[in-house]
Design a protein around this ligand. Structure first.
Ligand code: M6R
Length: 369
C-alpha cells in the first residue's frame, strides 16, 4: 500500500501534484470560468453574504488562515478564521447572511462539527470543505466542496492541506465570479497560475535532497523557529506544527513583524530559524521588511534557513541555507512554500528515530472535544 515508500507520509507528500490537479479537475472550464454547481448554495444567496467565518482545527485551521487573505482580497467580503474549538464558546455573531466554511480532512473532527452545528442553529449557511465522502461534517452542512486528495493515512496532514488550500482558492474565486467583484485581469491570471501549480509542486519535490540533508544535521537541536508574513505566517505555523507532531521538538511560528515585540529575545547562537520570504514582485514592501528581519536575527547568531523564490538574490548574503521555490502569485505561494517544511519535518522525525506515520499521543481524526 505504501507503493515502495518507507512511510505513508512520504507517499502522500509525493502524491501532492496529483492531489492538487485532481482537486482542480473539472472545476475550471476552457475559458477560465469556475464551474462549482456542486456548491448547492444558489448564486442569489451567495450574493447576499455579508460575512464569512472559517472554522477548523490544526492544519485545516492554517489552510483557513490563508483562505482569509484570498477571500478578502478577491471578494472584499469580511472574513474571519477561528479555531473551531473556540468558536461557539464566545457567542459569535451570526445570521442567515453569514457563510460559515468548515474545513476538515476527515469530516469527523468533533470540535469542527460542534462549531458548524452551532452556526446552523444561529441561522448561518455552512459550506464544508472536506476530503472524506459522506462523512459527518459534509452530511450536516448546507453544501460541500470535496477535496480530491485521496485517502490520507499518515497522522500528519500533507496532501489534504494542499488540496484544502486549492478548494479555498476556488471558493474565493467563485464568490468573486458570482458577485462580480474584482473580476478582472488579476483573477483571470490567478486561475491560469492555479492551473499550473501542480507542475510547480512537482518541481519543488524534485529539489528536496538538500532539505533532507539539512534536517538530518539538525537532529540534535531542541528548538526551531519559523517566521513568515502575510500568507507566509500561516505557512510558518504549519511548519512548526509539523515539527512538533513529528519530531517532538519545540517549534514555534511567528509573524515576522512581531519579532521585536518579544520573540527576538529567543534568538541565540546557532538557533535554527526558518524564514518564508514573500515574492519580491508581489508585496515588495513585505519582502524588504522580511529581508531586514533575516539580517537582524542573523546578526544575533541565528542559523537562517531561508525559503525564497528562484531569482530572488537579495536574500543570498543572509541565508545560511537557501531553499528555492518557483515564482507564484503571492496568495498562491503557500502551495509551494509548505512542501519543503513537510519534507523537513518528516526527515527530522526519521533522523530522531520517531514513528513517522503514527506520532505518539495523536490520532488521525479527533472525534472527542
Ligand atoms: O480531519 P481534520 O482536517 O478536521 O483534522 C484537523 C486536525 O486534527 C489535523 O489537521 C491535525 O492538526 C493534523 N494531525 C496536522 O498534521
Amino acid at each position: 500500500e505504501k507503493d515502495g515508500y518507507d512511510y505513508f507520509m512520504l507517499k502522500e507528500i509525493a502524491e501532492q501534484p496529483k492531489a492538487v490537479a485532481d482537486t482542480l479537475l473539472g472545476r475550471i472550464d476552457g475559458s477560465g470560468t469556475l464551474l462549482l454547481d456542486e456548491v448547492r448554495i444558489p448564486p442569489s444567496e451567495l450574493r447576499e453574504v455579508t460575512k464569512i467565518v472559517i472554522v477548523a482545527c490544526g492544519t485545516a485551521y492554517h489552510a483557513g488562515m490563508i483562505a482569509k487573505y484570498a477571500i478578502e482580497h478577491w471578494t472584499r467580503i469580511p472574513c474571519e478564521t477561528e479555531l473551531a474549538s473556540e468558536f461557539r464558546y464566545r457567542d459569535p455573531i451570526l445570521d442567515h447572511r453569514t457563510l460559515v466554511v468548515a474545513i476538515s480532512q476527515s469530516g469527523e473532527t468533533m470540535d469542527t462539527l460542534m462549531a458548524l452545528r452551532h452556526a446552523r442553529e444561529q441561522g448561518a449557511r455552512v459550506l464544508a470543505i472536506c476530503n472524506t465522502n459522506g462523512s459527518t461534517i459534509p452530511r450536516e452542512s448546507d453544501a460541500v466542496l470535496y477535496t480530491h486528495a485521496g485517502p490520507e493515512v499518515a497522522v500528519a496532514s500533507t496532501k489534504a492541506f494542499l488540496t484544502q488550500l486549492v478548494a479555498c482558492y476556488l471558493v474565493a474565486l467563485y464568490l468573486g465570479q458570482v458577485r462580480g467583484t474584482k473580476w478582472g485581469d488579476e483573477i483571470g491570471s490567478v486561475i491560469q497560475e492555479l492551473s499550473a501549480i501542480a507542475v510547480q509542486v512537482e518541481e519543488v519535490l524534485g529539489t528536496m535532497e538538500p532539505v533532507r540533508e539539512l534536517a538530518r544535521s539538525l537532529a540534535d537541536k531542541n528548538t526551531v523557529l519559523f517566521l513568515g508574513r502575510h500568507v507566509g505566517f500561516p505557512v510558518a505555523l504549519e511548519g512548526a506544527l509539523k515539527l512538533k507532531e513529528l519530531a517532538y521538538m519545540h517549534a514555534e511560528g511567528f509573524a515576522a513583524g512581531e519579532l521585536k515585540h518579544g520573540p527576538i529575545a529567543l534568538i541565540e547562537e546557532d538557533l535554527p530559524v526558518v524564514v518564508v520570504v514573500p515574492s519580491p514582485r508581489g508585496r515588495s514592501v513585505l519582502h524588504d521588511k522580511i529581508v531586514s528581519n533575516i539580517q537582524e536575527i542573523r546578526a544575533r547568531g541565528a542559523r537562517t534557513i531561508v525559503i525564497a523564490e528562484e531569482g530572488d538574490e537579495t536574500v543570498v548574503p543572509y541565508a545560511d541555507h537557501l531553499i528555492r521555490i518557483p515564482p507564484t502569485p503571492t496568495l498562491l505561494q503557500p502551495l509551494v512554500a509548505t512542501v519543503p517544511l513537510q519534507v523537513f519535518a518528516c526527515e527530522l522525525a526519521t533522523a530522531r528515530g520517531n514513528e513517522v506515520d503514527q506520532p505518539r499521543n495523536l490520532a488521525k481524526s479527533v472525534t472527542v472535544e
